[in-house]
Design a binder for this molecule. Structure first.
Ligand SMILES: *[C@@H]1O[C@H](CO)[C@@H](O)[C@H](O)[C@H]1NC(C)=O
Ligand SMILES: *[C@@H]1O[C@H](CO)[C@@H](O)[C@H](O)[C@H]1NC(C)=O
Ligand SMILES: *[C@@H]1O[C@H](CO)[C@@H](O)[C@H](O)[C@H]1NC(C)=O
Length: 368
């Protein structure tokens, strides 16, 4: 039931200097990363009972006044510690970002949190996050240590996966949700914002009403974060089963469930129960021809690398048969339109308009 990138096939590729196209929205995007340490919380997965520490990335919309900079899709890794699934790939290098952090009114954009799949680095969702940010959202993605297969902090220290068991997943989901609350606390302070947005002098971002989307266990964490933290007012779960008390308790705000082909509340009992307990606007979508990792950047990266997914059967099993560029576009446009509804507009009509443009997307259930 749970997927992990440990299953990712080893694909040797030697395509170089593949450039990632500029994001589709009207804004340029500033990118930065920071470690955030919660001194008062013991990490439940750390055998040494250390303080919980997470890695974050920010994608902040801005109108860039200087030349855009091309940065690597993934940061350079230390050769001896690079997991094989990263080492074997020659990832695209040119991701266009603005080297200057946003100022003034651009610091007022709504905040959106992203949480990745179990075992999967947040970095494999950079292109989707950047596309969402370019539409006018400050996206902050989080890597959860001991869950991510491999997490490197800025000082070079590394935390590898604790190999979370099925029985530990509810604790993992709860821990992720608490990570979200901590990151929101940080983003509401001058020092916390300065870590991600240096030189802006911002007193804090607008964290009183935020939204969250997540892939797989990250989507379950979006629901759990809504349950535990009233600042999270809307949530989207991309293809993740639900875990923990939120299945019975539900949430009140708008919630989107978006599954791959045949992952619906008919096939996933956790979705059926969660759905019946949702007390606000709700929508369940199904993406035809897609598999679990169609909701990450992987299929898009294959496209940019010029490798037909059909030529790599193990990869095809992970992302499905949907046209890979289409999958990327559908996911970021649907998420962006949902966020617009959850944070900005009273009407879900723009979201419905986006969905109607893609025959691959079907409405499995809707309710209010
Ligand atoms: C961590 O905390 C647990 C529970 O309190 C305790 O049993 C264990 O000995 C602690 N481990 C270390 C290394 O301090
Ligand atoms: C997790 O699994 C990997 C791969 O099987 C292994 O190398 C690693 O030691 C395991 N980690 C722990 C904490 O058990
Ligand atoms: C979805 O279910 C239908 C009907 O059972 C089946 O024909 C189809 O192959 C399934 N699709 C996938 C991707 O498993």
């Amino acid at each position: 039931m749970l997927f992990s990138l440990r299953l990712l096939p080893i694909v040797a590729m030697s395509v170089s200097a593949v450039v990632i196209p500029s994001p589709p929205g009207q804004y340029d995007v500033f990118y930065n990363t920071a470690k955030m340490i919660e001194k008062t919380r013991v990490d439940p997965f750390d055998p040494k009972n250390g303080s919980r520490a997470v890695m974050t990335s920010i994608f902040a919309p801005t109108h860039c006044k200087v030349d855009l900079e091309k940065i690597n899709y993934l940061p350079p890794q230390q050769p001896n510690t690079t997991p094989t699934y990263i080492a074997q790939w020659d990832f695209p290098t040119g991701r266009s970002t603005c080297p200057e952090p946003p100022k003034g009114r651009h610091l007022q954009f709504p905040v959106v949190v992203f949480s990745p799949a179990l075992g999967t680095t947040r970095l494999f969702y950079n292109a989707i996050a950047q596309a969402v940010a370019s539409a006018g959202y400050i996206v902050v993605s989080i890597d959860h240590p001991y869950d991510a297969e491999f997490l490197e902090f800025p000082d070079g220290s590394i935390v590898t996966a604790a190999n979370i068991t099925d029985a530990q997943v509810p604790l993992d989901v709860n821990t992720r949700a608490r990570d979200v609350s901590f990151v929101l606390d940080q983003l509401s302070t001058k020092a916390g914002v300065a870590a991600l947005l240096p030189r802006t002098g911002a007193a804090g971002l607008k964290t009183r009403r935020v939204a969250m989307y997540g892939h797989s266990v990250g989507g379950a964490a979006a629901a759990e974060a809504m349950r535990l933290d009233c600042r999270v007012v809307a949530g989207a779960n991309l293809d993740g089963s639900m875990f923990g008390p939120v299945v019975q308790q539900g949430v009140r705000g708008p919630f989107l469930l978006f599954g791959h082909e045949n992952k619906t509340q008919t096939t996933d009992p956790s979705w059926a129960e969660f759905w019946s307990n949702l007390r606000g606007w709700k929508l369940e979508l199904e993406l035809a021809q897609a598999q679990h990792y169609a909701f990450s950047d992987l299929s898009y990266l294959m496209k940019l690398l010029g490798v037909p997914v059909q030529n790599v059967p193990a990869m095809q099993k992970m992302v499905g048969n949907l046209d890979v560029a289409k999958a990327f576009e559908i996911v970021h446009r649907t998420v962006t339109a949902f966020l617009g509804f959850g944070l900005r507009q009273a009407s879900s009509a723009p979201l419905e308009e986006v969905i109607s443009q893609y025959p691959e997307v079907s409405v499995f259930a809707e309710g209010k």
